[in-house]
Design a protein around this ligand. Sequence first.
Ligand SMILES: *Cc1c(COP(=O)(O)O)cnc(C)c1O
Length: 360
Amino acid sequence: MARVYNFSAGPAMLPEPVLIRAREEMLEWRDSGMCVAEMSHRGKDFMAIAARAEADLRELLKIPANYKVLFLQGGASMQFAAIPLNLLGSGGKADYLNTGSWSKKAIAEARRYGQVQVVASTEGERFTRAPTQDELALSPDAAYVHYTPNETIEGVEFPYVPETSDTPLVADMSSTILSRPIEVARYGLIYAGAQKNIGPAGLTIVIVREDLLGRALPSTPTMLDYRVQADNDSMYNTPPTYAWYLAGLVFEWLKESGGLDGMARVNERKATRLYQAIDGSDFFNNPVEPASRSWMNVPFTLADPALDETFLKEAKAANLTTLKGHRSVGGMRASIYNAMPEEGVEALVSFMRDFERRYG
Ligand SMILES: *Cc1c(COP(=O)(O)O)cnc(C)c1O
């Protein structure tokens, strides 16, 4: 069987050139005589791989020098706890925007450690849009403001970066990081699980402004303390070495593919193509307000849900896989991260047209 177009929300597709390079380097990385997965994380070969990956990520995102980049484990979900533990401080209060399934989880976890103020929520509208800046009732005493720029399950993406004046803005970028350029200086902290747009599962990236380090609550587990991780170059214990290496290969691929400006152009084209196909038909529907539609995750439903199983079965036969929507939303979801080629989106659009012609 040929490689398929995999529309999974995560773990997701990796760029084929990255997989080929990893295969070439599998048995012996350069002249080390071993696979990267077999190397000591403190040896000079792995240290070079790790440093190169960080330097490339800094270049791609133009990360200012007063930010630390941490390569951690535990997924974005571990950060739901690490963030309040590190940032709440003595005031114990934080503002959260409730815009979908992932922000709800972040809120529930933060409530274990402090007072969470939900300063905007679109839950009453079934999470079909991002709230506007005017709707954010930010508190003067919050230690930080947390939001989810791209809600992976609902397919809702903020078309702007919330303005929070002096309060640090914390962003769960798991499903949107590296999809377009961002201005890192607008954030206090950015975090992302790797398995959507960075690399394989098992790696979590945290980009944190230096002045936010050293505030962890005394009960914070050592492993979750950003200060400890920063002081140890993310090697307080054994880091996820192979995932870090593969992420580095993805960063090199991004640099060779036109950087984030180039990615943004391609991603916008892919998303526009798919939304036009959905909007141009009475058979397919996407419920999200157009200005808040995600470039990365495109949920859609069929006019007749009884056809869902047939759609998925025939799509799979056409090498278009993992299109089933999240169990909480139903229908379909096409995740079209950086590694999904434009031909994959074209193939999906043709399949959808053909399906509608036969069943619509
Ligand atoms: C996938 C995802 C998560 C959870 O990531 P894990 O690494 O599995 O913990 C959290 N937030 C967002 C926005 C996601 O897309």
